[in-house]
Design a protein around this ligand. Structure first.
Ligand SMILES: Cc1cc2nc3c(=O)[nH]c(=O)nc-3n(C[C@H](O)[C@H](O)[C@H](O)COP(=O)(O)OP(=O)(O)OC[C@H]3O[C@@H](n4cnc5c(N)ncnc54)[C@H](O)[C@@H]3O)c2cc1C
Length: 460
């Protein structure tokens, strides 16, 4: 512990994202000293629960504001289904409190261990994007601390441009301290779901298109290691919140219970999993996914990985990355091509692969979702061949009018970013109004030159 400023407690720590690929050292500062830290630090960024995969929530040599230490705020107006919370609370904590009262968050990503601030700053999407859009669509107000003072931002008044620059703005417009969110009402804390096993990629994609017409939630897991006629086979899950009358009468008294339950891996030095183990894992997952209709828990439907607290350790000390892109409809062939290329790149073993359809884009300048398809692939970091393949595929994503997800990125070439995010300069101008001296800086923003007008890097 070092205390180089009398009234601000700082703790120098090595920080990395969930993929554990690019650690850097910074002073972690409690949120209570946010005003002081923003005024005094040349480089500051917020951090929630560190579930972004790359380097978004760290700032080498700077100050990192720990949002989880914000004083807890929790005001639920049950009649209007509106919740005001501090930005450091996790969705898991919110779910524990609201499910028994008959409410659910409007959007949840694939883990509940994210903060509200992180969900807004990445404008996260869930299995209901095709129907409900991304998280910020459901935020009605937020409070942002900036170097030019605190701001109350709303999505539809004169502050809206700053609101939408902050939604998906990767923490670079300021420090979110509070947010007001519209919740959805649910009769139970259970999901009525349907699972199908599809024999190949075409069937998986057709099923996703079909279920999105009727189901609020949908997602597909794809076996990236199956070959030949089984190439791209997968499991499609769809569902909706189960109404009370879908539950057996004897289970109704506990139908609003939420208990994620969790076990932790010991912090051993794990070796990277060998290819053969991943092939066996994929085979097992495919076979173990029982087709049919069932009523299941929130955790098993939305957050199955949360059952194992630190599963990211299994990728060994070199860590892993998640490559996630979105492309408009009409570019379906890029999904097959990506899977093919990744499966045949030397030393590369795609592990978890998730495919989903996106609905309408949100209003955030840097929000990731665009209508069409999104593919997310977990890849153990392993050699230069993977880097070359991903660089090639990134260029194809851009040519298809698509983009990579900044919350997952740890490696994209910065020249591609203005093509992926065509409203980047508009966002930079708004950001500069809030933070004219450029104090909010992260390793991500430095690596990708997000906050600098640097036209010389733009390739035509
Ligand atoms: C298993 C797993 C599954 C996932 N599934 C999905 C998914 O389905 N959909 C999806 O969209 N994402 C998904 N993600 C990514 C995750 O939802 C986002 O990265 C989210 O931003 C993480 O929130 P966090 O609180 O951990 O934020 P951090 O990772 O700590 O920070 C992420 C960004 O938010 C900023 N930030 C955090 N708090 C604040 C604040 N108070 N004020 C201003 N900025 C802030 C940080 O500066 C940083 O830029 C997944 C991640 C994991 C590990």
């Amino acid at each position: 512990m070092i205390t180089d400023e009398p009234r601000v407690r700082r703790q120098r720590r090595s920080l990395s994202g969930w993929g554990r690929t690019c650690p850097s050292v910074a002073d972690v500062v409690p949120a209570g000293s946010a005003d002081q830290t923003i005024a005094a630090s040349p480089a500051v960024i917020a951090r929630g629960l560190g579930r972004s995969y790359g380097d978004a929530a760290q700032s080498a040599g700077g100050a990192v504001l720990d949002a989880t230490s914000l004083p807890r705020v929790f005001e639920l107006d049950e009649s209007s289904a509106v919740l005001r919370v501090d930005a450091g609370i996790s969705l898991e904590d919110i779910l524990r409190r609201i499910i028994p009262l008959g409410f659910f968050v409007p959007v949840t990503p694939g883990t509940s261990r994210v903060t509200v601030g992180g969900a807004i700053a990445s404008d996260v999407h869930g299995k209901n994007h095709h129907k409900d859009g991304s998280f910020a669509n459901h935020v009605t107000e937020l409070t942002l601390l900036t170097p030019t003072g605190p701001r109350r931002l709303r999505p539809d008044d004169e502050s809206a441009p700053f609101f939408w620059a902050t939604a998906g703005g990767m923490g670079l417009t300021g420090f979110i301290t509070e947010a007001t969110i519209s919740l959805q009402r649910v009769e139970t804390g259970l999901i009525a779901s349907d699972t199908t096993r599809e024999p190949d990629l075409d069937a998986v994609m057709q099923r996703l298109v079909d279920v999105d017409r009727s189901s609020g939630y949908s997602v597909a897991w794809v076996d990236g290691l199956a070959k030949g006629r089984s190439f791209g086979r997968g499991v499609v899950n769809s569902g909706d919140h189960a109404p009370l009358d879908a539950i057996q009468p004897d289970q109704r008294p506990t139908a609003r219970r939420y208990d994620p339950g969790v076990v932790s891996l010991p912090p051993l030095p794990y070796p990277q999993p060998p290819g053969i183990a991943m092939k066996a894992f994929n085979e097992l997952w495919y076979r173990a996914s029982r087709p049919g209709h069932r009523v299941e828990s929130i955790t098993s439907f939305f957050h199955p990985l949360d059952a194992l607290a630190n599963w990211n350790l299994v990728y060994g000390h070199r860590g892993f990355l998640q490559w996630q892109f979105a492309v408009p409809d009409g570019n379906e062939s890029l999904i097959a091509e990506s899977l093919q290329r990744l499966a045949t790149t030397d030393g590369t073993r795609p592990t978890l692969i998730v495919l989903k359809r996106f609905g309408a884009a949100g209003r955030g300048h840097l929000s990731f979702p665009i209508p069409g398809w999104t593919l997310a692939v977990d890849l153990p970091v392993n050699g230069t061949a993977l880097r070359a393949t991903l660089n090639d595929l990134d260029a194809k994503v851009v040519a298809a009018g698509g983009r990579l997800y900044l919350a997952k990125d740890s490696r994209v070439r910065r020249e591609l970013i203005p093509h992926m995010y065509p409203r980047l300069d508009e966002w930079r101008s708004l950001r500069n109004e809030l933070d004219p001296d450029g104090r909010f800086v992260s390793d991500l923003s430095r690596r990708l030159h997000l906050t600098i007008f640097d036209q010389e890097h733009v390739t035509e």
